[in-house]
Design a protein around this ligand. Structure first.
Ligand code: SF4
Ligand code: SF4
Length: 368
């Protein structure tokens, strides 16, 4: 285990910035703490436990260009050729230029629940179980090193431990740092992490510093509440699919999509072609399952037109459909959706209610 003194943090980030883009939580002029590219002199904000949004946008971008294309006109006859009958008919030739930029980057200061969110998205885009492999996501993920900082003071909305996580969890983490007196302890879990800790300003952690890190981890774990038992949630969500409780819960939802955008693992997207005259780009852009036209089919049929069906989907996807496909959960218990929902919908309460045996549960059935 290594130790980085607090007064060496700026030099450490500067060292990393010499080889890669560094992304860190910083406070903007609007007072919001968000992950942004770090520049020398910028103060890293670690007192606020969670930046408003997770850093997923630096790997799974809000909007990214897949390819650029254009149409060149060919076969246009020279002036006067038409009169002689030598004119070749003009036709458009499609030109395509692939686009996949993935600069090396280090994301510093994310929390273990954010890192776990990347692991959950890795399953979806990384070809898990022979499913789809996405080269765009993969290139950025491979070029990214995650330097997490363990949680010193979990919030009342955190529930990572209920889902098998921890304020000092190491899923997906290349380096885990822990704030102790005078600086940080730092432990590498991958080769990428070892390279990061090659910084000359790091020293070997003393036994007292190691003990302080362990104590900080234990103290943080003890502060996280476990609001529900995970056992049986998947089966009960299946059994309760037609339960009228979904309607009652969805009444408060305004389909704003905030919960999906702040989530470290919600990954739904849309693909569009944006064209101006003869040039265009194919874009992948974040979508969200609360969007009324999210599942609208070209036939005009929309299996999730009623809001309760869309509302039900988010929770069922995270705790039923995704686990059946990937054998893990699609939630890391970060609590951001609880903090930022404008109508105070709490995923823990939804699971306590709809993930438990219900008195009015109708016959089980798969969602359309
Ligand atoms: S569903 Fe909510 S608590 Fe779970 S990872 Fe997403 S934002 Fe965090
Ligand atoms: S943030 Fe709240 S109101 Fe907005 S879509 Fe999510 S659950 Fe509904």
């Amino acid at each position: 285990m290594r130790f980085l003194a607090q007064d060496q943090l700026e030099a450490f980030l500067g060292h990393l910035a010499g080889e890669a883009r560094v992304v860190a939580p910083v406070k903007g002029e609007n007072g919001l703490v968000q992950f942004r590219p770090w520049t020398p002199g910028a103060a890293v904000e670690l007192d606020v436990l969670l930046a408003k949004q997770s850093p997923k946008e630096f790997v799974f971008r809000q909007s990214e260009t897949y390819l650029r294309f254009g149409y060149a006109m060919e076969g246009v006859a020279a002036a006067g050729a038409e009169a002689t009958g030598d004119a070749a008919p003009a036709h458009a030739v499609l030109q395509v230029e692939p686009h996949n930029d993935a600069p090396p980057q280090v994301i510093f200061g994310l929390r273990p629940c954010d890192a776990r969110g990347f692991v959950q998205m890795d399953n979806v885009f990384g070809g898990y179980g022979g499913f789809y492999f996405d080269p765009y996501y993969h290139a950025k993920r491979e070029a990214t090193t995650l330097v997490a900082v363990s949680c010193h003071a979990p919030r009342s909305t955190c529930f990572c431990t209920a889902l098998g996580g921890s304020p000092a969890g190491t899923d997906g983490v290349d380096v885990l740092m822990t704030q102790v007196e005078g600086g940080f302890t730092a432990e590498a879990f991958t080769e990428k992490g070892e390279r990061v800790l090659g910084f000359a300003g790091c020293s070997e952690a003393s036994s007292d510093q190691r003990a302080a890190a362990t104590a900080a981890h234990e103290q943080a774990v003890a502060q996280v509440e476990v609001p529900f038992a995970l056992e049986g949630v998947r089966e009960n969500l299946r059994a309760n699919i037609e339960d009228p409780g979904w309607h009652d819960l969805a009444m408060r939802c305004i389909s704003c999509g905030t919960c999906t955008y702040v989530c470290p693992n919600c990954y739904c997207f849309n693909i569009t072609d944006e064209i101006v005259e003869r040039k265009g780009e194919r874009l992948r852009t974040w979508d969200n399952c609360f969007n009324p036209i999210y599942t609208l089919e070209t036939s005009g049929h929309n299996p999730r037109d009623p809001k309760p069906n869309r509302f039900r989907n988010r929770f069922s996807h995270k705790f039923w459909y995704y686990p059946e496909k990937y054998d893990s959960l699609l939630c890391s218990g970060c609590g951001r959706c609880i903090m930022h929902c404008p109508t105070r919908i709490d995923i823990r309460e939804v699971l306590q209610q709809m993930g438990a045996p219900r008195p009015v549960a109708a016959a089980a059935g798969e969602e359309a």
